[in-house]
Design a protein around this ligand. Structure first.
Ligand code: SF4
Ligand code: SF4
Length: 296
């Protein structure tokens, strides 16, 4: 890796930041990509993409929890423009190249017939164009950026501004990653992606949630304002307060992280403890019921 210094300045490169909490699964980004690429030839960048089949941007849905506390998250996925890309290594004869601005391009001429490149990507981001016998990926709309566009089309069509394209030096981008808690997909692969996500825990972590009720005037009612603490091995990890529906949630817990204890208390209704174990999915505690404390 080049050092950052006056001789080799930290040149600006493209990165994409996607907020999972902002994605509403409208598929505008998917359609804009298809609109741009299907049937259109951009020599040096891509051959026409097919109208049918999965596009080079797709949305993956994750559903966590159980009724009534269900959480659905949508993660837009595309080529990550990895800095240490297996596809670039597999296509080092010129079939795949990494530009100085970080963008990875599959050459529409040199990659012809290279089905092996589809398998080279560990993210499944390369799709096979069968009629043209070509591997194709989302190339950051580099043909637009190179003619003055400020961002790829997916950014402009997103109604919730969930996608942001930023051109930054690696040091400044690393600062954003740290301060905003951004994460890339499967960092353990060591590919160093340039597509980052906010709130990715909505897709790859679990939560413990529940609904608290109490007997008030002989009736069982949702209990707003109860204090809820999350404990693990005797240590308090987090606290929250039930909302108007009596609901609480502790999110971003690692899957398979095992045993926790939830303690619920209210000055008028006493306290209760419930164990919860996070495995492959989130935990919803039903019927967390407090009793009315009889005043002397
Ligand atoms: S356009 Fe925005 S909100 Fe719609 S699917 Fe894409 S990222 Fe999600
Ligand atoms: S996501 Fe896949 S296709 Fe894109 S640069 Fe990384 S390895 Fe290559």
């Amino acid at each position: 890796m080049k050092p950052v210094c006056a001789r080799w300045p930290d040149m600006d490169k493209w990165n994409l930041i996607i907020d999972v909490a902002g994605c509403e699964n409208c598929n505008n980004c998917v359609l804009a990509s298809k609109d741009e690429l299907v049937g259109n030839d951009f020599p040096g960048y891509t051959a026409p993409h097919p109208a049918q089949g999965r596009g080079v941007i797709h949305i993956e849905r994750t559903v966590r929890g159980a009724a009534p506390l269900v959480d659905a998250a949508y993660v837009p996925k595309m080529c990550n423009h990895c800095d240490d890309a297996p596809c670039v290594k597999a296509g080092e004869d010129g079939a795949v190249r990494k530009r100085d601005d970080g963008i990875v391009i599959i050459d529409p001429v040199k990659a012809k017939g290279r089905r092996d490149l589809v398998d080279a990507c560990p993210y499944g981001a390369i799709v096979w164009n069968d009629p043209l016998q070509l591997p194709q990926s989302w190339f950051f709309d580099a043909h637009l950026l190179d003619t003055g566009a400020g961002a790829p089309r997916c950014v402009g069509v997103c109604p919730t501004q969930a996608i942001e394209a930023v051109k930054l030096g690696d040091a400044l981008m690393a600062q954003r990653v740290k301060t905003e808690g951004l994460r890339a997909l499967q960092p353990e692969l060591g590919t160093r992606p340039r597509v980052y996500y906010k709130n990715l825990h909505r897709a790859d972590h679990g939560f413990i949630a529940g609904s608290v009720a109490a007997t008030v005037g002989g009736r069982l009612e949702c209990l707003e304002g109860a204090d809820v603490a999350l404990l693990r091995a005797g240590a308090q990890l987090a606290t929250t307060v039930t909302d108007v529906f009596g609901d609480f949630k502790f999110d971003a817990l690692p899957l398979h992280s095992g045993a926790y204890l939830v303690r619920v208390s209210h000055p008028d209704h006493g306290a209760i403890e419930r164990p919860a174990s996070v495995g492959a999915d989130s935990v919803v505690l039903h019927d967390v019921e407090l009793e009315a404390i009889t005043q002397p």
